[in-house]
Write a protein that binds this ligand. Structure first.
Ligand code: SER
Length: 317
């Protein structure tokens, strides 16, 4: 049995992770949220919900005490594009917030998962099949926060024995909750345009590759790494994971197999493009495969089939 707190439960990842963890009747899953981003519908009705502002350590500690929480999924963050507009807030949430969580976890003996990202790499990193351990030097405040988070998580593990674990996520694609303000968001938006019959204005230039992943694989990765036997770990914070790498014209071609008259034009956003160009084309996830058995299930066409079908149902209702 696990007692779990999700910080950021109403976001793109949190909304699906909370429901998946609640589908196991052995778990008690507290949906943590901030005012203005309250849980609704089945997220609200299927279990407890508490205000859990990551900048408020006392509030986080009180929830952990009241629900006897043993595992925290820390999903609070500003994505890359929004973070460039608000770098100090990105740091406050991403880094100061993580220190709050790690300190409480140290005192109360909780395991902590904090996602990292392809954004933790930079233009000096090898571009293709970027290795697990290599030069980083990210250019964005998002990436700098993620590298710092990885190091802080390792520090709390080595120094205090806190069970910190993490993966470096690619761009995540889902049909339930939209992402907000990421460089990879175009790969979600393109499906909405296709299903609505609109022409898609692509903010990323032709030929720009980034790693992406369908949300069911990402949710499974988060659960599997927290359930893995740490005896197999050489790394902890954070593992490269991967499932597909594509550029705009490749996802466009995948969608046109199902919606042949779909149209796309390029309207490149300079900030998004410069961030995308500073990130890897694809990651090498062999350490995650070897150390805890990571294996993706969805490739691009399998994801496209499912996204189109689910969005057709969602947008029709
Ligand atoms: N999806 C994130 C972003 O685009 C990267 O991890 O900011």
């Amino acid at each position: 049995m696990k007692n779990i707190l999700i910080i950021g439960s109403t976001g793109q990842i949190g909304s699906e992770l909370t429901m998946k963890l609640r589908s196991n009747p052995q778990n008690t899953v507290v949906a943590g949220y901030i005012p203005g981003a309250e849980p609704k519908g089945e997220l609200l009705e299927s279990g407890p919900a508490e205000i859990a502002d990551i900048t408020n350590a006392v509030q986080i500690a009180s929830i952990i005490d009241r629900y006897k929480v043993d595992t925290v999924y820390n999903l609070a963050a500003l994505l890359s594009v929004v973070a460039e507009a608000k770098p100090l807030l990105a740091w406050k949430i991403g880094v100061d917030g993580l220190i709050n969580v790690l300190e409480v976890a140290r005192e109360k003996h909780c395991a902590v998962f904090t996602p990292s990202s392809i954004g933790s790499f930079g233009p000096d990193s090898p571009k293709d099949k970027t290795p697990q351990d290599t030069v980083r030097n990210p250019l964005t405040i998002y990436g700098i926060s993620k590298v710092t988070d990885e190091m802080l998580s390792n520090y709390y593990h080595h120094k205090y024995g806190v069970d910190t674990r993490s993966v470096r996520f690619p761009g995540l694609i889902s049909y339930m909750t939209p992402p907000g303000g990421g460089t990879t968001d175009y790969a979600v938006d393109i499906y909405y345009s296709a299903v609505r019959g609109e022409t898609f204005e692509c903010p990323i230039a032709q030929g720009t590759y980034m790693d992406m992943m369908y949300m069911p694989d990402a949710i499974r990765a988060m659960i599997e790494i927290m359930e893995a036997d740490p005896a197999g770990f050489v790394h902890r914070n954070s593992f490269n994971i991967a499932s597909m790498s594509f550029s705009p014209e490749i996802i466009y071609d995948s969608i046109r197999k199902y919606i042949p008259d779909f149209k796309m034009v390029y309207k490149v956003d300079p900030l998004k493009q410069s961030i995308a160009e500073s990130w890897p084309n694809s990651l090498d996830d062999s350490c995650a495969r070897a150390e805890w058995g990571w294996k993706p299930e969805y490739d691009l066409d399998a994801m496209t089939r499912d996204m189109i079908q689910r969005l057709q149902e969602k947008l029709a209702s």
